[in-house]
Write a protein that binds this ligand. Structure first.
Ligand code: ATP
Ligand code: MG
Length: 159
């Protein structure tokens, strides 16, 4: 299978015209929930956007859409938080603390790129230029517009 290598300088990785404006955290969650309801096993959702953009907020909605109960919070001291008991298992990764290519490649992320369930990755821009195979990928970009507004766009790459 041809690896879905993602290049940050490609036009695919700029917010497209298909962006929606979220006017508050609840709207970002609702969008995540919609993604969760439509998700199939094997899907990887790559979230990018600066600090406080709303990535974790999106994951909260995603978990709800997958009917996962339990409080969602970013994995801080581990690579991944696993939420089972929903329609599909959700693997929540956050690459914020993994700065170098070597750290990322040695962290064991590969096993979450073809998940038996759904993986969602915060700070996914950190893997865009790494040679990783991701067969079913959705890239979601969240941009801060104002205190309460976010511009959210996405691209499907084999998903
Ligand atoms: N439209 C919006 N969508 C999402 N979050 C919003 C919005 N407007 C305001 N916020 C606020 O922005 C913050 C987003 O925090 P969140 O933890 O989801 O960001 P993050 O992208 O995960 O940050 P980090 O990079 O630190 O992980 C929250 O405090 C939330 O209330
Ligand atoms: Mg976060």
């Amino acid at each position: 299978m041809k690896p879905a290598i993602v290049n940050p300088s490609s036009p695919l990785h700029r917010p497209s015209e298909r962006c929606v404006i979220s006017r508050g955290p609840a709207e970002t969650e609702a969008l995540g929930e919609q993604f969760g309801r439509q998700a199939h096993s094997g899907l990887v959702i790559a979230l990018s956007g600066e600090l406080g953009a709303g990535k974790t907020q999106f994951v909260k909605g995603l978990a709800r859409g997958l009917e996962v109960s339990g409080r969602v919070h970013s994995p801080t001291f581990t690579l991944v938080n696993e939420y089972s008991g929903g329609r599909l298992t959700l693997y929540h990764l956050d690459l914020y603390r993994l700065e170098t290519r070597a750290q990322i490649l040695s962290a064991g992320i590969e096993e979450y790129l073809q998940p038996a369930g759904v993986s969602v990755i915060e700070w996914a821009e950190r893997i865009y230029d790494l040679p990783l195979a991701i067969p079913k990928l959705k890239c979601v970009y969240i941009e801060i517009v104002s205190d309460t507004e976010r511009s959210i766009s996405h691209d499907d790459i084999g998903a």
